[in-house]
Design a binder for this molecule. Structure first.
Ligand code: ZN
Length: 291
């Protein structure tokens, strides 16, 4: 039985199942302090029977270098109480020392969307998963493997050029001001217009401005990594019509230039809101196979 956690800043989704695409039980707990949250997660898993491996897709930043002393930690997060918290080894230990796979929540989601593409035997091509909500995060799977680099991608913090009609807003990222997240995540929408995109309605100019920024990020991913697909997840992207608007704007920004142009696609998640937990199940399966 595989065990999986989608570890988010507001909730932990827990699941078990015999294979990555078969979840037989799931449970959601609120994210409180690390001690209480991890203990509650471990207790639920312990009640599910013997486990072979654990996969975790976590909010971050996280340490992904297997050689680092703090591998499997959430590191410099501003979330109160969670900075420099051992998540992976602590949970694996609580579950009898099972093998554990650990990655970012968005890399896990990217992995799930990638592996779900052709069913078994998928792995051709490359994919990015971009999620926008309280922040903007991006995961990348290239040639079947999540991309880590020296740490992990932070696509939300690239600097876009200003969208037409949005030259004055300073942005809300505490580190960069007007990076992508500072201009286009949920808090930036609230700061400018006092309501979410869904509340503002499709005719409001905010939709074109946010679509422009996210389309720029997609264009950057197409141009720099040549991914075939960018999957748009998260709350802001669940806004009716927004994914289509982003795709249309990205085609305008490309201006017919990029090689493989028509094969670059911007789509909604195939797995709906299950991308993250399914990706964590895949991380568990990989950890079991490598053990
Ligand atoms: Zn930033």
């Amino acid at each position: 039985m595989l065990a999986a956690i989608e570890a988010g800043g507001t909730k932990f989704v827990l699941a078990v199942g015999p294979s990555p695409d078969t979840i037989t039980a799931r449970h959601t707990i609120p994210t409180r302090d690390p001690q209480a949250t991890l203990a509650e997660a471990a207790a639920w898993f312990a009640a599910q029977g013997p486990l072979t491996a654990l996969g975790i897709g976590s909010f971050g930043p996280v340490e992904l270098d297997r050689a680092a002393a703090n591998w499997g930690f959430i590191t410099t997060t501003p979330k109160p109480g969670w900075a420099h918290t051992d998540v992976a080894r602590r949970l694996a230990g609580a579950l009898g020392g099972v093998p554990v796979g650990f990655d970012t929540d968005v890399n896990a989601a990217a992995l799930a969307e990638h592996a779900a593409r052709g069913g078994a035997g998928a792995g051709a091509g490359s994919l990015a998963y971009l999620t926008s909500g309280t922040g903007i995060g991006g995961g990348l799977v290239v040639d079947g493997r999540p991309v880590h680099g020296i740490a992990h991608p932070e696509v939300g913090h690239i600097y876009p050029r200003r969208a037409p009609g949005d030259s004055d807003f300073p942005g809300v990222c505490p580190h960069h001001g007007d990076c992508l997240e500072g201009l286009a995540a949920g808090p930036a929408v609230m700061a400018r217009w006092g309501a979410s995109l869904s509340e503002l309605g499709e005719g409001h100019p905010a939709h074109a401005i946010i679509a422009d920024y996210v389309a720029q990020a997609c264009h950057t991913l197409f141009a720099s990594v040549a991914v075939e697909e960018v999957v748009i997840g998260g709350g802001v992207a669940q806004t009716p019509g927004l994914v289509e608007r982003i795709a249309a704007r990205a085609r305008e920004l490309d201006a017919g230039y990029l090689p493989g142009g028509a094969r670059h696609r911007i789509i909604a998640p195939r797995l709906g809101t299950d991308s993250g937990i399914t990706g964590a199940m895949l991380l568990a399966a990989r950890a079991a196979a490598e053990a």
